[in-house]
Write a protein that binds this ligand. Structure first.
Ligand code: FNR
Length: 376
């Protein structure tokens, strides 16, 4: 009603509530390199499209004459209460779309109590982003130098990040034709390396300071963070050195989810990185039900890839996710309006989720299960 009442007073909303329209405006304002780095995907975009098709294929079946006038979007994750089943997905190098980068995102998220998952590839440091306050989780791109890994974990824990998200699907960058054709990779320009570059152990590995020899630092960074995967046995290093919950991101097979539980992990994010890694991979929403069924209550199942509307959130929750992570749409908000733009995207999605839940006959996330959808 806020928007309609402002309209009565002759005030038009500053941003569109359509995320596709926000993306269009962002595209007009950004250079092709940054725009396509965010919008693009792996290969011919088959999985990015499949992520959306999987949502579009499923339909909510609204129920009537239920008292849903009082609704509560809140959820509990790992013993902590959050205002909604929504988090901001870890997205690196945010300063390529707005000079305030992750700081703006963190402030917007904090103002709404929505957790932000800070990327290892952020353009601001762990400590800077912590100053925004609000619930914060840390996403690890897992280095091949254990002392650097432990230093990152210590810095994150020391700055109040309570949950560790370990991304498994991006141990090397996939074939991304847009970035290749534009020869644009923000990391190679140094953007997105604030976290390793500010790390004392990483810095001790360098022959010359980052400030004097950027290329030398990038050459040191690349093989440490890229090029080969860790293996299941290695998870004990993280388990032994992180006191809070650990969530594995990029899980797409039920057996991998079960192995995560066996390894003492607390959760998984069912995700294909927004279609940016294996083109032709299964749609994330299609992978979700079998994973949720396999792990039961052994793990907390989170979800991302393709979430664009409140209905999408309802569908993912109905199919077994406890909460979802939002990706590209908030980056378009950041690009067009900085902190305000991110807040606008979050408030719009939360309002749409609240209305959709209520109109479908549910008073909160807890009541959702597959029966909320058409039988598939
Ligand atoms: C990402 N993603 C990502 N994931 C991660 O674990 N660490 C990271 O640094 C990044 N960086 C990143 C940059 C950009 C520009 C995008 C678009 C994505 C993946 C992200 O966390 C999430 O899985 C997807 O964005 C979800 O898909 P949608 O919502 O964008 O379709």
């Amino acid at each position: 009603y806020e928007i309609y009442l402002n309209g009565l007073a002759g005030q038009q909303p500053p941003y569109s509530t359509s995320f596709a329209e926000l993306e269009r405006v962002a595209r007009e304002r950004l250079e092709p390199g940054p725009y396509w780095y965010v919008a693009g995907s792996a290969g011919i975009g088959a999985t990015q499209r499949a992520n959306r098709e999987a949502f579009d294929r499923r339909r909510i079946v609204p129920r009537m004459l239920r008292d849903v006038s009082v609704r509560d979007l809140g959820v509990e994750l790992f013993g902590r209460r959050y205002p909604a089943p929504l988090l901001l997905a870890p997205i690196g190098v945010q300063s390529i779309v707005h000079p305030d980068g992750e700081m703006a995102t963190a402030r917007a998220a904090a103002s709404l109590g929505v957790p932000m998952v800070l990327s290892t590839a952020a353009s601001h440091t762990i400590e800077e982003v912590a100053e925004a306050g609000g619930p914060r989780w840390f996403q690890l791109y897992w280095p091949h130098d254990d002392e650097v890994t432990l230093s990152l974990l210590q810095r994150a824990a020391g700055s109040g990040y309570d949950t560790l998200v370990v991304t498994l699907d991006t141990w090397t960058l996939a074939w991304r034709p847009r970035d290749l054709d534009l020869a644009y990779l923000p990391f190679l320009r140094g953007t997105g390396l604030a976290i390793p570059f500010s790390d004392p152990v990483f810095r001790s590995r360098l022959e010359r300071p980052v400030e004097e020899d950027l290329n030398g630092a990038i050459i040191q960074w690349a093989p440490m963070f890229n090029g080969r995967s860790h293996t299941w046995e290695r998870l004990s290093l993280l388990r032994d050195n992180w006191d809070g919950p650990i969530v594995l991101k990029g899980v797409q097979h039920p057996d991998d989810a079960l192995r995560a539980a066996d390894a003492g992990m607390d959760g998984v994010v069912v995700s294909n990185h927004g279609g940016r890694q294996v083109d032709g991979a299964t749609a994330s929403l299609d992978a979700l039900p079998a994973i949720a069924a396999a792990v039961g209550d052994r793990l907390t199942v989170l979800f991302d890839s393709g979430v664009r509307t409140g209905s999408d959130v309802v569908k993912a929750l109905a199919l077994g996710a406890r909460a979802v992570l939002l990706g590209r749409p908030y980056v378009w908000g950041l690009a067009v309006g900085g902190e305000d733009g991110v807040r606008h995207v979050l408030r719009s999605l939360l309002a749409e989720l609240d209305l959709t839940l209520g109109l479908a006959g549910h008073d909160g996330p807890a009541g959702l299960d597959p029966s909320a959808l058409e039988a598939s």
